[in-house]
Ligand binder design. Structure first.
Ligand code: SF4
Ligand code: SF4
Length: 464
């Protein structure tokens, strides 16, 4: 069998995710919003681990101690149901926002976008504008190129290191972490995680960039399932823009447009050059588009230069592009909003009803009971109490079903915050005072300082 390909058909072009993208720096209204939001989020990310609440780190996910502290609340592995609630709420919130505003998360809030654009900003400051960067990369290695590249990578690594240490301080108490880091007393654990997250940040924001969004992030793949005709998207108005064609600024544009049958797109290619994922929005909606609006700002700048109306590329919806009015409300949106509301209410109620105390009671397995020479019955138990609150507390233990004069129980028990205490207990009772061979009893454990912290654990008292 003979294949008859022309020579140019045999050239395999790399997919755009394999090509280098040189993002052109762009200023504009949406970029101002995005930068402001990025700064706010970055500053919040940096200062949260340094916040103190009642003398302790306010937000700490202490994996070693299996305690997640968020201001007045400490969560334990037993509170796993809350994590499920948070994940469900996050999922429905994401569905809601994506259906309404498209990939606004990707364009404005996603750490990958924020960090990538911050790294591009550094690159721009050191290596110059887009054309200068392309020329630098094409030029042979020289001392000048080596200096620029070294400086850029050193700053990227420093930013990655600071990001890594900040991230780790959510998991290791910030004071001890920075004391260890600054005194070079790096344990194997700290060294591993600092290196790991430094390399992850450096690799993701410095090298992989848009490849994370295009090839690795699952969100890009399933977003279209959430879109509807009213979802806000970044889109090019082809009716207005086509036929695209270059023209000179000094030309009488309107007359030239009519003569040559041109639309408003002057084919300046700026919308492609500023795009961090390297796509051409004029080709229609693409899954690579992260809704960052860099192309809107670039195109608006061009439109202003040519004295055309802004908005050739804009935030719009499929419905609006066909000339119909976009509906703000849809059943899908209302359903997602209701799920968010239900999840939030359920979580607030659950947190309110949650008691920061855990206890379990175990009977002695060797003997059901013992009887002394006076006929007094003894049953032995092991009580385990976990103080899940953020303060040390005194606990009282009561068994209302047994005559209190016969109880051999500690009057009060001091248990530190986050500590579990095992208490061996012996209950005694006059055998004649109990009607049945097995009596249901309950241990009531109550914090003396905060009586609302109270738990009841049931067990059985045996007699002969
Ligand atoms: S097409 Fe526009 S909005 Fe989409 S990723 Fe590129 S620059 Fe951002
Ligand atoms: S920035 Fe606007 S005018 Fe320039 S090529 Fe893109 S769509 Fe056309």
């Amino acid at each position: 069998m003979k294949f008859n390909f022309k020579e140019e058909q045999l050239i395999i072009k790399p997919h755009k995710s394999q090509q280098s993208i040189y993002v052109r720096e762009q200023k504009g209204v949406y970029q101002n919003y995005r930068r402001l939001l990025s700064w706010l989020l970055m500053i919040t990310f940096i200062i949260i681990p340094f916040l103190q609440y009642q003398g302790q780190q306010a937000v700490l996910f202490d994996i070693g101690k299996q305690q997640f502290r968020i201001f007045a609340f400490t969560f334990w592995p037993q509170d796993f149901v809350l994590l499920a609630g948070i994940l469900m709420l996050a999922a429905f919130a994401l569905f809601f926002v994506t259906t309404w505003l498209g990939r606004v998360w990707c364009g404005y809030v996603c750490p990958q976008t924020i960090w990538t654009l911050a790294y591009v900003w550094v690159e721009h400051r050191i290596e110059g504008k887009r054309n200068q960067r392309i020329a630098l990369d094409k030029s042979p290695w020289s001392l000048h190129k080596l200096q620029k590249k070294s400086l850029k990578h050193c700053i990227w690594l420093l930013m990655s290191f600071l990001t890594a240490t900040t991230f780790i301080s959510y998991f290791i108490p910030v004071q001890s972490l920075y004391l260890d880091l600054l005194s070079f007393n790096w344990t194997a654990l700290i060294t591993f995680w600092v290196l790991f997250f430094t390399l992850c940040t450096y690799g993701n924001a410095g090298w992989l960039r848009e490849k994370v969004c295009i090839d690795m992030c699952p969100y890009a793949r399933f977003q279209s399932a959430m879109f509807d005709k009213n979802t806000l998207l970044v889109a090019y108005d082809a009716q207005r823009g086509e036929n695209r064609g270059a023209r000179k600024l000094k030309d009488d544009s309107q007359q030239l447009k009519q003569e040559q049958g041109l639309g408003d797109c002057v084919d300046c290619n700026l919308c492609v050059e500023v795009c961090p994922t390297g796509i051409d929005i004029r080709n229609g909606m693409q899954y690579e588009c992260i809704n960052c609006a860099l192309c809107i700002d670039a195109c608006d700048e061009t439109m202003t230069r040519f004295n055309y109306a802004k908005g050739l590329i804009s935030y719009t919806s499929e419905q609006a592009l066909t000339g119909e009015t976009s509906k703000g409300f849809s059943f899908k949106l209302a359903a997602y909003a209701s799920f968010c509301l239900v999840c939030s209410i359920a979580m607030v109620l659950w947190i309110n009803a949650r008691i920061p105390l855990e206890a379990s009671i175990l009977r002695d397995r060797n003997a059901l009971y013992s009887v002394d020479y006076q006929g007094i019955i003894e049953n032995t138990y092991t009580l385990k109490i976990l103080n899940k609150s953020q303060q040390p507390l005194h606990f009282s233990i009561k068994v209302p079903e047994i005559d209190t004069t016969l109880l051999k129980l500690p009057k009060k028990l001091l248990i530190k915050s986050g500590a579990m205490q095992t208490v061996p207990l012996t209950l005694t009772a006059d055998g004649n005072s109990l009607e049945n061979k097995m009596t249901n009893i309950s241990f009531i454990i109550q914090a003396i300082e905060q009586p609302s912290i109270l738990l009841k654990r049931e067990t059985i008292f045996f007699r002969d």
